[in-house]
Design a protein around this ligand. Structure first.
Ligand code: AMP
Ligand code: GLY
Length: 436
């Protein structure tokens, strides 16, 4: 098989690493890839957001299947463009990717289908109406820009001043362009968060190992929200009863509902869930795998990912089963100084070969560049050090042991990935979280 992977972060390195282990695979391209990916795949310079250029690239390379990491190309219709050209791709069509591309579409879909989610105070098309609505809410509330905002379009807050200023930035100053023209205001939910990701061909589905992300920048869930500072996976995150309830009340009605509304969903679908006192509820959908969840998930994959992707592309997923290594995995993200704000780059990275000597661990590159024989940092989240283990504690210890060998100027990472399940989830009232 020849496979093309679109994207260039830690998630894509993890996918390429796993695909490279398949005896079915003879060639992997990654567009654009990164320093670490270039060691195991052929990287091709490309902008994943340029749908026509990516489709033309695939037309030239003729991969058997293409898998897409980030949401932007899918929301812009890459899957439709591939279908028009007779190329196989793992990812939803533009209309199905609206589950992530429009928070208002997603919320109205959830409400139409009776799928548990936070209740809403309304959808607002003018800042005046949005300001007025704040007089009649119970705090905390969550404000969500309708479109993709590069990680900054959601505010969870108990502060009327913060909510007012967010509305002004979004709807009057148009800080995120058209994405902020429509605003959803909803109830703030409390509980633990869970990332439940499934792979579906539209008819059958295979759940990925369940994971939990760590969104805040610093230990104890302090500091600003990030793309994710680490993740872990263990079967203990999910009882059989809870999984049954998630499948029956959320996952299956979503897949069935999208099909019956003429938007059949194919590809990875990420359910961001809050485990509330009243049961699991949907916070958000992503039309792709999570980052850094994927790095923790691939560590536990005990099956041939290439074979499974091909089965999805051919609509034959029903014949396959996923097997997951016991018992746990973890991924610790090493970030640049300043992340998630503007950050320093171009710093030399040392200790990678020592880290790679820890057999339970794998170092995934998220933003590195190789010059000569040295890796340099090239973004905010630089590396994801992942490990598996016979217990969560063992996986976490191996990931930290490997991470402890690595250094670059200004490097920071959380010291409590997978160690502080009890402080996961929503911060106490009054805290603010900004996200995508
Ligand atoms: P989203 O961009 O929709 O993924 O939201 C980003 C983050 O905001 C989620 O991972 C949650 O931490 C938080 N969030 C979103 N919606 C809610 C809600 N209704 N209640 C509490 N927290 C939320
Ligand atoms: N780690 C959260 C996400 O991928 O959206």
């Amino acid at each position: 098989m020849k496979i093309l992977v679109i994207g260039g972060g830690g998630r894509e390195h993890a996918l390429v690493w796993k695909l490279g282990q398949s005896s079915l695979v003879e060639q992997i391209w990654c567009a654009p890839g990164n320093g670490g990916i270039s060691e195991i795949a052929e990287c091709i310079a490309a902008d994943p957001g340029e749908v026509q250029a990516i489709a033309a690239l695939a037309g030239r390379l003729k991969p058997d299947v293409t898998v897409v990491g980030p949401e932007l190309p899918l929301v812009r219709g890459l899957a439709d463009e591939f279908a028009n050209r007779g190329l196989k791709l793992i990812g939803p069509s533009k209309s199905a990717a609206e589950l992530e591309g429009s928070k208002i579409f997603a919320k109205q879909f959830l409400q139409r289908r009776g799928i548990p989610t936070a209740s809403t105070y309304g959808v607002f098309n003018s800042s005046v109406d949005a300001y007025t609505s704040l007089c009649a809410v119970d705090w905390p509330v969550v404000l969500k820009a309708d479109g993709l905002c590069g990680g900054k379009g959601v505010l969870v807050t108990s502060s009327p001043d913060a909510a007012t200023s967010f509305i002004g930035r979004l709807m009057e100053e148009l800080e995120f362009g058209d994405a902020g023209k429509h605003l959803l205001i909803e109830e703030g939910l409390e509980g633990e968060e869970l990332s439940y990701i499934v792979l579906t061909d539209g008819a059958s589905l295979v759940p990925m190992a369940v994971t939990r992300d760590h969104k805040r920048a610093f230990d104890g869930n302090e500091g600003p929200n990030t793309g994710g500072m680490g993740a872990y996976s263990t079967d203990e995150l999910l009882s059989a009863e809870l999984e049954e309830s998630i499948r029956r009340t959320i996952v299956e009605p979503t897949i069935r509902g999208m099909a019956s509304e003429g938007r059949p969903y194919k590809g990875f679908l990420y359910f961001g869930l809050m485990l509330t006192a009243k049961g699991p509820k949907v916070l958000e959908f992503n039309c792709r795998m999570g980052d850094p969840e994927t790095q923790a998930i691939v560590m536990r994959m005990d099956f041939d990912l290439a074979e499974m992707l091909m089965a999805v592309a051919d609509g034959k997923l029903g014949d396959l089963k996923a097997r997951w290594a016991p018992a746990a995995s973890a991924c610790v993200v090493l970030a640049s100084k300043g992340y998630p704000g503007s950050c320093e780059m171009g710093k030399a990275i040392s200790g990678l070969s020592e880290a790679n000597k820890i057999s339970a661990a794998v170092v995934f590159h998220a933003a590195t560049k190789m010059e000569g024989s040295v890796y340099y940092t090239s973004g905010g989240r630089v590396l994801g050090v992942a490990a598996k283990g016979s217990s969560l504690q063992a996986a976490v210890s191996s990931a930290y042991a490997a991470a402890g060998n690595i250094s670059f100027e200004g490097m920071h990472y959380r010291g409590d990935i997978g160690r502080a399940a009890s402080v996961q989830g929503r911060a106490a009232g009054g805290a603010e979280i900004e996200s995508s």
